[in-house]
Write a protein that binds this ligand. Structure first.
Ligand code: NAD
Length: 249
């Protein structure tokens, strides 16, 4: 019950790391406001834990963010998890893909923070601390990887956004950190493997870049999510926390 009574909003909660985080946070006693555009997968979360409330939210739409914020209690925790991966070098990037990657991976995150932070500041004044957690990545933001140019640029921006929020609000009890996973076995990773020319080799290549010899499972990542959302991390802010299976050793 490390998050008992806390109101926590999670984006991209229908599948992958976001979904596992919603379930883990609810198991720790949080009231979880789980959001995604995939309402069908989202709906099954409530059946798994009735502490999870579900809402359709496209994080690229400020009007939808505002409408949701108007109907939610003030948050103790915000986990911005939504993001997209584009494949390719700088020579492959189209202006449209670049703009979409920044819109979803960075601008939407800024808008979520801007919208929910005032309520979180009130909660921090009452309880001593509130936590913003932004999903970055190890890939091409901390360590260079092939074919991840726009992705790496957006995830590096997420780290900058997180450090800036941390610096601006540290004296008011707000902590803001980024999480940087290695390669995690999620539906979108499976999609990237399936879409490659040689899926068997693609999976081997993903595993080969992990020194521990395996992909992460979502349950390798959720302990860091819970720690950073919980008051246990009350002395931690402005960090890019690597959970990468030793890639950056
Ligand atoms: P995923 O990519 O499998 O699922 C993403 C979810 O985001 C889906 O449920 C989708 O419906 C939702 N989504 C897409 N567009 C949205 C929008 N506009 N508004 C709201 N929701 C939207 O999940 P994942 O692989 O766990 O990735 C989650 C996050 O973790 C991403 O930011 C990703 O960059 C990051 N990440 C993933 C890995 C990995 O290897 N899987 C590694 C490091 C970081």
């Amino acid at each position: 019950m490390r998050l008992k009574g806390m109101n926590i909003l999670i984006t991209a909660a229908a599948q992958g790391i976001g979904r596992a985080s919603a379930l883990a946070a609810a198991a720790e006693g949080a009231v979880v406001h789980a959001t995604d555009i995939d309402t069908e997968s989202l709906a099954s979360l409530y059946a798994e834990n009735s502490n999870i409330k579900t809402y359709r939210l496209d994080v690229t739409k400020q009007t939808q963010i505002d409408a949701l914020a108007a109907n939610l209690p003030k948050l103790d925790g915000l986990f911005n998890c939504a993001g997209v991966v584009h494949n390719g070098t700088v020579l492959d990037i189209t202006d449209a893909d670049w703009a979409f990657a920044f819109d979803l991976n960075v601008t939407a995150m800024m808008r979520m923070c801007r919208t929910f932070l005032p309520g979180m500041l009130d909660r921090a004044a009452e309880t001593g601390t509130a936590s913003v957690l932004n999903m970055a990545s190890m890939a091409s933001s901390i360590k260079g990887f092939v074919n991840r140019t726009s992705y790496g640029a957006t995830k590096a921006a997420v780290i900058g956004l997180s450090k800036s929020i941390a610096a601006d609000f540290v004296k008011q009890g707000i902590r803001c950190n980024a999480i940087c996973p290695g390669t995690v076995d999620t539906p979108s990773l499976r999609g990237r493997i399936a879409a490659s020319a040689d899926p068997v080799q693609a999976e081997k290549d993903f595993i080969a870049r992990q020194p521990m010899g395996r992909l992460a499972s979502v349950s390798d990542i959720t302990p860091m999510v819970i720690y950073l959302l919980s008051p246990e991390s009350r002395f931690v802010s402005g960090q890019a926390m690597l959970v990468d299976g030793g890639v950056t050793i």
